[in-house]
Ligand binder design. Structure first.
Ligand SMILES: Cc1cc2nc3c(=O)[nH]c(=O)nc-3n(C[C@H](O)[C@H](O)[C@H](O)COP(=O)(O)OP(=O)(O)OC[C@H]3O[C@@H](n4cnc5c(N)ncnc54)[C@H](O)[C@@H]3O)c2cc1C
Length: 427
């Protein structure tokens, strides 16, 4: 999408084209200006347009340029942290509200896909959180218990059932979450954008917002080519925040994550590898994820950036890791590789900030942005519509909190992943 094959990889090669847009070239007005065209911004635009409002979306690069066009496509329920940890992380009454909202969020994604006819390889057959060893089994057992206590449709699978579902004997068990599923993420975000435009939203790509001016009751958001004036501004730039909202980015530590996609597997291999087409990831701290796309390519990912020495180290490791997980696949060749940055917050919970009157942002998804971004985008639309007040949302409004030792932590993640994969791939 940005001329670099390692930015959006397979998703850029297989997504339907983005809707055509033009950069902002004049002065305009709107009911809300949305900065950033990922899941959060496009969902906010879609819900505002569906309610008869006129949102304008400004996107610095292209629709889905950020995490939304680069991710694994696991439409998960809940957050990275366990349900019982959420109230501790964000306090009452928000914790249980957030768990309930994000438990239902995959349903919102699949409803939108169906309602708007978005072609994005959507499969709602559940996801598998695969346990590595006894520690991993204890982890998924605790998660299963905590979700079931809240009435969620999850099932703990023993090792034999897991082996059948995954097509591999390496896992001690798995948590099957039937609320969840997979999508082609770039196709989904482009579909959200196209649906929003059809309902009356305007989206301007290649239009980085460069400044906010408080006009007293309204905001003027400027770009190099023009400006948009509106009573509300939504900042939806998350880990890809460019210069205009440095505070949103400084609050997050960037964790690189890559994906490699094989050529389509043979019909025989597809009978055993993820035969139910669930998306999967494991309980390791340097985790691996794997899923199939619509053509039967296996998309395999882990922590790391495909740049410099990382390109070779991670690909070598991935080949060996796949041979260990799926020995019957034999030697695999990767046809696509790409990576992106996941924004991590101190307590692994997303952040809601009011930067000024009617100037709002939600960010810090910690690798869980498809369903949460869609759901928070709808929340932000409701805020603009006056249907909810900020304290009725499921996240507390917090002060910006720059991450401590950010550069050192980022270097540690990238170099640490290379070291771990280099060591693990030595014979
Ligand atoms: C490799 C990877 C794997 C992941 N896997 C998963 C997964 O399987 N499941 C899951 O749920 N989540 C996953 N995530 C997380 C998820 O992709 C993100 O949380 C989500 O995409 C965030 O969406 P967003 O709309 O808030 O931000 P983004 O999609 O990052 O969009 C922000 C946009 O803002 C634009 N922007 C920035 N500054 C400006 C400006 N000044 N003016 C205008 N526009 C601007 C950027 O260009 C960008 O397009 C993954 C992320 C990565 C990187």
């Amino acid at each position: 999408m940005d001329g670099d094959r390692r930015s959006h990889g397979l998703w850029a090669a297989s997504a339907p084209p983005a809707p055509e847009t033009v950069p902002l070239m004049d002065d305009d007005s709107a009911d809300a200006v949305i900065v950033g065209a990922g899941f959060t911004g496009c969902s906010a635009a879609l819900h505002l347009a569906a309610a008869g409002r006129r949102p304008v979306v400004l996107e610095a690069a292209g629709i889905g340029f950020g995490g939304s066009g680069r991710n694994v496509g696991l439409v998960n329920a809940g957050l990275w942290i366990r349900p019982d940890e959420v109230p501790e992380a964000i306090g009452a009454p928000f914790g249980e509200r957030l768990i309930a909202q994000l438990g239902d969020a995959p349903g919102l994604v699949f409803d939108i896909v169906e309602r708007h006819g978005i072609a994005c390889e959507a499969v709602r057959n559940g996801t598998l959180h695969c346990a590595v060893g006894r520690k991993g089994l204890a982890e998924i057992t605790a998660r299963a218990r905590q979700w079931r206590r809240r009435g969620a449709d999850v099932e703990l699978l023993h090792s034999r059932a897991t082996a059948w579902r995954v097509g591999s004997k390496v896992y001690a068990g798995a948590l099957l979450d039937r609320r969840a599923g997979t999508i082609q993420p770039l196709a989904y975000v482009r579909g959200l954008a196209a649906s929003a435009i059809r309902l009356g939203a305007r989206i301007h790509e290649h239009s980085p917002a460069t400044g906010f001016e408080d006009l007293g009751g309204e905001w003027r958001v400027t770009t190099a080519g023009g400006s948009v004036t509106a009573p509300w501004v939504i900042i939806a730039t998350d880990a890809y925040s460019a210069a205009i909202c440095p505070d949103v980015k400084r609050e997050q530590v960037m964790l690189p994550y890559f994906n490699l996609a094989t050529r389509p597997l043979s019909a025989e291999a597809l009978r055993s590898v993820l035969p139910g087409r669930q998306g999967a990831w494991d309980t390791r701290s340097i985790l691996s994820s794997f899923r199939l796309d619509a053509t039967g390519r296996l998309v395999f990912g882990s922590v790391g950036a495909l740049r410099g020495t990382g390109t070779r180290i991670h690909a070598d490791w991935a080949r060996r890791a796949l041979a260990r997980i799926f020995p019957r696949l034999g030697e695999v060749a990767f046809e696509h590789g790409w990576y992106g940055m996941i924004g991590m917050t101190r307590n692994a919970a997303p952040r809601l900030h009011m930067h000024g009157r009617n100037l709002v942002s939600i960010s810090g998804y910690n690798g869980r942005g498809i369903a949460p971004g869609t759901s928070f985008g709808r929340d932000l639309a409701r805020l603009v519509l006056g249907e909810v007040a900020p304290d009725e949302l499921s996240l507390p409004v917090t002060r910006l909190e720059p991450a401590r030792f950010r550069a050192a932590k980022q270097a540690f993640y990238e170099i640490g992943a290379q070291l771990a994969h280099f060591t693990a791939s030595r014979p």
